[in-house]
Design a protein around this ligand. Structure first.
Ligand code: EPU
Length: 423
């Protein structure tokens, strides 16, 4: 097994890419769905679970709570007959912030949870105050310690009427999972509409939960005293599919992305068409055709169905090849432009003005020694390395493996030259 902490990747750029690549299951759907296992002692069988580091961390955290199961060949079989320990310790979850998703289900089933605080994050402030406020209103005492959040409920949680002050994906998921075991009815308003929330609802329904309003901003949940296990297929990862679609937009490449849901990346496809790239979609495939000319575009990141923050960095790399000036406004996270400095080391011309990046194209890129700062930034740097002249070395590439399954192998199968090197 690779020691990912000391791994770098070396890309010999300017190879033309062609062929088919399959999108894996969605990391950000599988994470809350694995957390939902905590809600019952029943058995689960998940298919299309991406084999990425963040999921391995969640699986390990569940084992620490008392789960019995296995994770292999993109399949997870798992059950937690009894909660043996209500602790989600820092040493297990320090590399992933998704551990907070265990708070709602653990306190709902067990009446007590002690979960490591998510800590600082490379992409900016990632508050969880709405998660905690909702749980408090459901009857939970929340104690925020330096390293842990403790949630205690001496009675079953109770239904609430709560409107999220702003959209939060994991906040919606956390309160949803608490509400399915709460007494009475919960109304959650201003919920996130991301497909991963909808997929979690599908799983919870299969577990016997009563939830009305899937794919709408208001969810009405009537709590049940117990739930059962379920079998579930995880939806395709829209950020991974979008990343490969963008890879297909560079001149000379011809990539067909399989196992997609074009609607999930509708906003990206619209923007690509605006920039002059021809997009072809079929039931579950997407391909793009670029004649070499990319027009500049102005976009801003928004909650779904708007343009996803998780595809902002990758689009930036494409826009370094646009003929003219593009602007990207980042509305979701306040420190998500760290890839721009690294792309500039490769020859890009990107300026920052507060929450807006100004990308002045077209700039040829040249191989350089660069550093991955976060998961999506690392994908943007890989895209940069693929089109750069010469050799690009990306350090701290552990970030990439947190959320992209076998990206070097997948790109090599399309004709790239990427080596993974452990030091
Ligand atoms: N926010 C609050 N209070 C809260 C919750 C959120 O102020 O209680 C703010 C955050 O600080 C942020 C904004 O609301 O500025 C949106 O945060 P959100 O809670 O929606 O993000 P998240 O649930 O922590 C998930 C994904 C992220 C993705 C965001 C936005 C998972 C496990 N993570 O994070 O994915 O960027 O939604 O779509 O689902 C990634 O995969 O690379 C990744 C970072």
């Amino acid at each position: 097994m690779l020691n990912l902490k000391n791994t770098k990747i070396v890309i010999d750029g300017q190879k033309q890419l062609s062929g088919r690549v399959r999108t894996a299951g969605a990391k950000n759907a599988a994470l809350p769905e694995l957390a939902a296992v905590v809600l019952t002692g029943g058995e689960f069988h998940f298919r299309d679970v991406p084999e990425v580091e963040d999921i391995k961390v969640m699986f390990h955290a569940l084992e620490n709570l008392g789960a019995e199961g296995e994770f292999r060949s993109n399949t997870v079989k798992i059950k937690i007959p009894t909660i043996k320990s209500p602790l989600v310790p820092r040493e297990i979850v320090e590399t992933s912030r998704a551990s907070v998703l265990l708070l709602g289900p653990l306190v709902a089933r067990n009446g007590y949870a002690k979960v490591s605080t998510p800590g600082g994050c490379a992409i900016g402030d990632r508050k969880i105050n709405y998660h905690l406020e909702g749980l408090r209103r459901m009857g939970t005492d929340i104690i925020e310690e330096k390293e842990h959040i403790i949630a205690k409920a001496s009675k079953p949680l109770r239904g609430i009427d709560y409107s999220f002050p702003a959209k939060t994906v994991t906040g919606t998921e956390n309160l949803l999972m608490a509400a399915v075991l709460a007494e009475g009815t919960t109304v959650l308003r201003n919920c996130s509409l991301e497909p991963e929330v909808g997929d979690l609802i599908e799983l919870l329904l299969a577990m016997g939960a009563d939830i009305k309003g899937k794919n709408s901003e208001t969810l009405v949940i009537t709590g049940k005293s117990s739930l059962n296990g379920a079998a579930h297929q995880v939806i395709p990862d829209r950020i991974e599919m979008g990343t490969y679609v963008i890879a297909g937009c560079f001149a000379g490449n011809e990539i067909l992305v399989e196992n997609t849901v074009p609607e999930y990346v509708g906003c990206l496809l619209d923007i690509l068409e605006k920039s002059g790239i021809q997009v072809n979609t079929a039931a579950d495939t997407i391909s793009v055709n670029c004649n070499g000319k990319v027009n500049p575009v102005d976009i801003e990141t928004m909650p779904y169905p708007g343009y996803p923050t998780d595809l902002q960095a990758q689009l930036t790399t494409l826009l370094t090849q646009a003929e003219g000036v593009s602007h990207i406004k980042e509305n979701i996270f306040n420190n998500r432009f760290q890839h721009t400095g690294e792309l500039n080391k490769m020859g890009a011309n990107i300026e920052l003005n507060g929450d807006v990046s100004i990308i002045k194209g077209k700039t040829p890129l040249t191989g350089a020694l660069i550093r991955a700062t976060d998961l999506r930034a690392s994908a943007a740097l890989v895209l940069g390395g693929l089109i750069a002249k010469g050799t690009t070395v990306i350090e701290n590439v552990f970030q990439l493996f947190r959320g992209y399954e076998n990206m070097p192998q997948k790109l090599n199968s399309l004709g790239a030259d990427i080596k993974v090197i452990e030091e």
